[in-house]
Each structure stands twice: as structure tokens, then as C-alpha cells.
Design a protein around this ligand. Structure first.
Ligand code: ZN
Ligand code: ZN
Length: 148
């Protein structure tokens, strides 16, 4: 299978390609992800910034995360669809929103973060490593679920 993937916003003004496969995929239940998702979490696909090409203009909303790091959330100013985010503490990586993908099948989460903020009705996959908040270091690549 060829490496890489693509995606776009709802109106099509913004589209992108990644020449790299996901490095890791995280399901985040933090409040900021919730507020920008339309539901109780967001799924992020981490890829190297230099493998990522965006066409179209994004608007960024910069907001401090729990950690104090600044997370810049890029969305289409026309239709409001979230596209990707950057984190001041994780330079060189971008975090693509699963909702923008052309093929959602590639976005199966490998890790759950801020699990402590998930609502009681959210079924969290017991096969996945889950962190109450954000772990110090995100796994580079999670090939199989870790046992906790
Ligand atoms: Zn759009
Ligand atoms: Zn989050």
C-alpha cells in the first residue's frame, strides 16, 4: 500500500496531502478538543510537518493547553471545519483531525488521552492504553496496545 493520505474541509476550499503515514493516532478528550469537535473528543493523526502540504488558507486559533503549551488549531474560515493543529512543545509534527480525512479507516486510535474527562456514557476501548491526562511523552508509534 502506498504511503500517505489526503483530506479536505467541508466546503473544499482547504485540502491537504500527507506523503507520510501516521506516526501515531490519539483520541483526546480534553475540553479544547471537545469544544472544537461537535462531540466529546477529537482524534488526531500525528505526521511530520515536512510531509504535509496544505492548499487553501486556514485560520488559526491559538490557545494554551493544560500543559501551558500553545496549541494552534487550524480550521477553514469558510466552513469552520477543523483541519489540523500544531503544538508549541512538539515542533516538527502536525496533528491532522480525523474528521477531515478522505479515508477515515486509517484513523483508528492507538492511544487515549485526557480519558479522565470523558463522559460516563463514552465507551473507551479497553484494548487501548488510556492516560488520565496528557502523558509526558507520546509514544512514537504504537504498533500494538500496551497493557497497563
Ligand atoms: Zn471549508
Ligand atoms: Zn485535546
Amino acid at each position: 500500500m502506498a504511503e500517505g493520505f489526503s483530506g479536505k474541509c467541508l466546503c473544499g476550499a482547504v485540502h491537504y496531502e500527507s506523503s507520510a503515514d501516521p506516526q501515531f493516532i490519539g483520541q483526546c478528550h480534553c475540553i479544547d478538543c471537545r469544544k472544537t469537535s461537535g462531540t466529546d473528543h477529537a482524534t488526531h493523526i500525528a505526521i511530520p510537518e515536512d510531509a504535509f502540504t496544505v492548499t487553501g488558507t486556514l485560520k488559526f486559533f491559538d490557545h494554551p493547553a493544560n500543559s501551558g503549551n500553545i496549541v494552534g488549531r487550524g480550521f477553514c474560515p469558510e466552513c469552520g471545519a477543523p483541519i489540523y493543529s500544531r503544538n508549541s512543545a512538539m515542533k516538527g509534527l502536525v496533528f491532522v483531525r480525523a474528521s477531515s480525512l478522505d479515508d477515515l479507516e486509517i484513523a483508528k486510535p492507538q492511544v487515549i488521552v485526557f480519558a479522565s474527562r470523558a463522559p460516563s456514557w463514552r465507551h473507551l476501548d479497553p484494548e487501548l492504553p488510556a492516560y488520565a491526562e496528557m502523558p509526558e511523552k507520546m509514544p512514537k508509534a504504537v504498533s500494538k496496545p500496551a497493557s497497563s
